[in-house]
Design a binder for this molecule. Sequence first.
Ligand code: NAD
Ligand code: TDX
Length: 353
Amino acid sequence: MLKKNILITGGAGFIGSHVVRLFVNKYPDYHIFNIDKLTYAGNLKNITDIENATNYTFIKADIVDANQINELFAKHQFTDVIHLAAESHVDRSITNPIDFVMTNVVGTVNLLNAAKSLSPTLSKGEGVFYHVSTDEVYGSLNDGGFFLETTPYDPQSPYSASKASSDHFVRAYHNTYKLRVVLSNCSNNYGPNQFPEKLVPLFINNIGNNKPLPVYGKGENVRDWLYVVDHARAIDDVFHKGKIGETYNIGGFNEWTNIDLIKVICKAMDKKLGRTEGESERLITYVTDRAGHDLRYAIDANKIMKELGWQPSLQFEEGIEKTIDWYLANQEWMNEITSGNYQNYYEAMYANR
Ligand code: NAD
Ligand code: TDX
């Protein structure tokens, strides 16, 4: 059997950085190649702890550039792919949908083509092409119930439409070319290293700086939250134990209305910052709702729990406490993002390697 040369895309992003760290540390016999374009969301500071590991290589590249991707497949002989690179923020997809079509759809098809013809394993009916996707492809649960793996796709935002499209392409390559694919659709993640455009890090940062907390609409929308490290553990399980051609929903049965979640964060921040109770909540500001704002997402994660034995390791209370502590202890990480300095790290560290 060939030694595994695993291509992980988007490994400088939020979830990807946790997946890369887990694989580099847990599997010394694999070589992990992290391909990332380093868009605004890519931050090599997320993975400084593993950057010198002997079983790890970072390559700055754009998955939309088919020639570049084909060259990298030919050169490094990737045996497996775990594909996380994407444009991931719903609000940005509303103002600029084409970037989502390019990276999420065209980029995914470029990877599928390269895997199908240039990977020493995937081209021969071996290896795994794993597409990491989102619960948002299922649409909005306005009448109760949960998303199952069999729930029909009904994407509502340009972001979820692009992710749904890429999921369909991945399945089409399995059906048409017998490419060995597996997929997972996960609920909202929270935890260290999340770009502060997303609700949890944005609000922690704004509370710390006494800035308004912009709650869309009435704050009644429901999201199902999972600690990012538990998502990375699930990805490990699906990659190693998932059935080829199958989809696994990932979530922690942990639904919160936005406003209740925000109040939990405000209370915890009052305590951590030594403020009187209620001080942070006073920063809540109701603003115009997101266009087409999905009302509720909720994942039924029974399949991955029963078939692959995965379980979340953290209760929400513990996870959110750890998350807040991480952002408070890593002000420098946040300052580098707000100043834009994090984008200089590649030149400083890698340009002459
Ligand atoms: P992120 O925005 O934090 O990171 C995305 C990464 O992809 C960045 O490092 C970025 O530089 C890279 N990238 C973007 N365009 C690229 C391109 N053209 N070529 C190469 N690299 C490119 O995203 P995230 O929150 O870590 O999400 C990772 C994946 O997980 C995405 O596919 C997303 O759809 C999915 N997902 C996210 C969540 C969530 O709650 N964040 C939940 C379920 C699924
Ligand atoms: O300022 C805000 N105010 C607000 O009320 C922001 C940024 C968000 N919100 C609301 C919108 C959502 O109902 O909070 C909820 C969470 O918003 P985001 O953090 O933007 O996440 P969401 O839109 O739910 O999508 C996330 O989860 C699924 C990720 O960004 C996706 O990549 C993932 O697929």
